[in-house]
Design a protein around this ligand. Sequence first.
Ligand SMILES: C[S@@+](CC[C@H](N)C(=O)[O-])C[C@H]1O[C@@H](n2cnc3c(N)ncnc32)[C@H](O)[C@@H]1O
Length: 268
Amino acid sequence: MPTAEPSARITSESQLQFWNSQDTLGQYSRPAFLFPSELPLLGLLRDRWPQVRMLDVGVGAGRTSLYFAALCGSCVGIDFAPEMIEVCKKRFAGRWPGAEFAVGDASDLKGHADGSYDLVLFSFNGIDCMPHEQRLRALAELKRVCKPGGHVVFSSHNAYRIPIIPRFEFQRHPMRLLEEFRRWWLVQRRNLPLKEVMTRTHVEYCDGNIGANRHMFVRPEAQVEELKQLGLEVFALYASDGRSLPKEEDARDTSIPWVYYYCRRPRA
Ligand SMILES: C[S@@+](CC[C@H](N)C(=O)[O-])C[C@H]1O[C@@H](n2cnc3c(N)ncnc32)[C@H](O)[C@@H]1O
C-alpha cells in the first residue's frame, strides 16, 4: 500500500494552480443551472429579488451568477482565481448591467462594507479550498458583509462520506477505468490512515476530484456549532441531491457528498 503524504496541506498556491488551469476553466464554463440543493434559494427571497444585492463568492466561471444576475437588483461575483474572473467578464459582457466581477479572497473581503448584501452565496464547496483557520476567517467575513436579517448560504464536503471514498469503482470504459485508477491512487497516496481521519470533525482530505489537492471535509454537527459560535442562525440543511435534512444527524450518511447550509444573520 502506498504511504500517505501527511505534510501536503491545503495551500493557496496549489489551489490557484488548479483553479486557474485551462482544463478546470473548461469544465466550469457550463451553462447556468442550479443544483437541487440550491433551488430553495429561489423561494428564500420570493418577490424581493429585484431589490436584492447579492455577493457570489468563489463565483468560478459564473454558473450561479448567470442564473441570479437575471433575478437580482445587483450581483457581485468574486473569485481568487484571476482566470475565472476573466471568463466571467467575457461571458457577462453587455448581458447583465447589474453584474460585476473582481478578483478577491473570501477570507479577506476588504472593499466590501459591513452589512452590504442581502444574500451571500459561496456555492459548490468553494469554501473547502481553504484550510481550517482561513475557512473560519472566511465564514466570519461572509457574516460581516451580510445585512442583518440577510442570508449566508454555502456548501461543504460531508466528513461522513469519507469511509467510502477510498473504494475502487470498477469502470467498463478503458478511459474511465484509467481515471478511476488515478483517483484511487491519489486517495491512497495523499491521505492519512482512515482510522485517524475519522477521529476528526474537520479534516483535509484528497478525494481525487480536484487533482491531487486536498480540501476540507467537515462533520455537519461541528459545522452547525461553528456557525452558531460565529453568530449565524442555521435554519435549514440540504443534502447535495436536494433532500431536506431536518436534523444535523440526518447527514451522517455516506450517500451525501456535500451539505448546503442555509443561515441567517440575526437582526440584532
Ligand atoms: C468548486 S468551484 C465552484 C465555482 C462556482 N461557484 C460553481 O458553483 O460553479 C470553487 C471556486 O472557489 C474559488 N475559491 C477557492 N478558494 C477561494 C477563496 N479563498 N476566495 C475566493 N474564491 C475561492 C475557486 O477559484 C473556484 O472558482
